[in-house]
Design a protein around this ligand. Structure first.
Ligand code: ADP
Length: 222
């Protein structure tokens, strides 16, 4: 089995976002130092995090005494208090933390975080909203990864129209410019299927290509 290399993280702010990042990292086998000013939150996370401490991240001495500078990865998940989020990020970069990921609340917050050297800035609500809208507007697409503005990888269920045909018969790459990277059947996955592979209904096709080509493939072939 593939085991990820164990890493150490600090999560500052144990709201919905920070809390869910913390639980997932632990689930993946990593170590997490969880920090929040709220004692109740810290108590709740004592059983999930490797260590959970009550501390205020806007205080430089506190960050030093927690040894935060020894961590390569810190997540700043302070929700509403933009000032605290900015000051925390600034202190972390001054202490020399290599990789600081910050949750931004709005565009102004994002801009400031960029200026002070945040390494990754995320907008979970905005990103999730876009994903949900994309799912709602195209119900054939089960999941997708945007590689750039133009290219994506999408998961689509094969329709009866495709069933029984081989990849050669369908000539998908030449006709639509998209490539089938893999085919999933329940838990089983076939990476780079043979050209003679016959598609079955309910196969989950993992397709890579230009967004317009993917759309054309969906509209015309499916
Ligand atoms: P979400 O929208 O992700 O649920 P919240 O605003 O609910 O975010 O949670 C942010 C968390 O960050 C809260 O638990 C809050 O106590 C914590 N927090 C806010 N300021 C600080 C700070 N200076 N140091 C540490 N934790 C903080």
């Amino acid at each position: 089995d593939f085991v990820a290399i164990k890493k150490q993280f600090v999560i500052i702010g144990l709201g919905r976002f920070g809390g869910s990042v913390c639980k997932e990292l632990i689930k993946q086998g990593h170590e997490v130092l969880a920090v929040d000013t709220d004692e109740h939150k810290v108590n709740d996370f004592a059983k999930f995090a490797t260590h959970a401490v009550v501390a205020n991240s806007t205080d430089e001495e506190t960050l030093r005494s927690l040894g935060v500078r020894n961590f390569e990865n810190v997540v700043v998940a302070i929700g509403d208090n933009i000032q605290a989020s900015i000051l925390t990020t600034l202190l972390l970069k001054e202490l020399g933390v290599k990789n600081v990921l910050v949750k931004a609340k709005n565009d102004y917050h994002h801009k400031v975080l960029e200026k002070i050297g945040a390494d990754h800035i995320v907008h979970p609500e905005k990103d999730m909203g876009r994903r949900v809208a994309q799912h709602l507007s195209d119900d054939k697409i089960i999941d997708f990864i945007e590689l750039s503005d133009e290219y994506s990888i999408v998961e689509l269920f094969a329709t009866t129209k495709l069933a029984g045909k081989s990849l050669i018969d369908l000539n998908i790459r030449a006709k639509y410019g998209v490539t089938i990277l893999a085919v999933k059947k329940g838990e089983k996955i076939d990476i780079s299927p043979e050209p003679t592979y016959q598609i079955e209904r309910e196969d989950l096709l993992i397709v890579i290509g230009n967004n317009q080509d993917i759309k054309r493939f969906e509209d015309q072939a499916m």
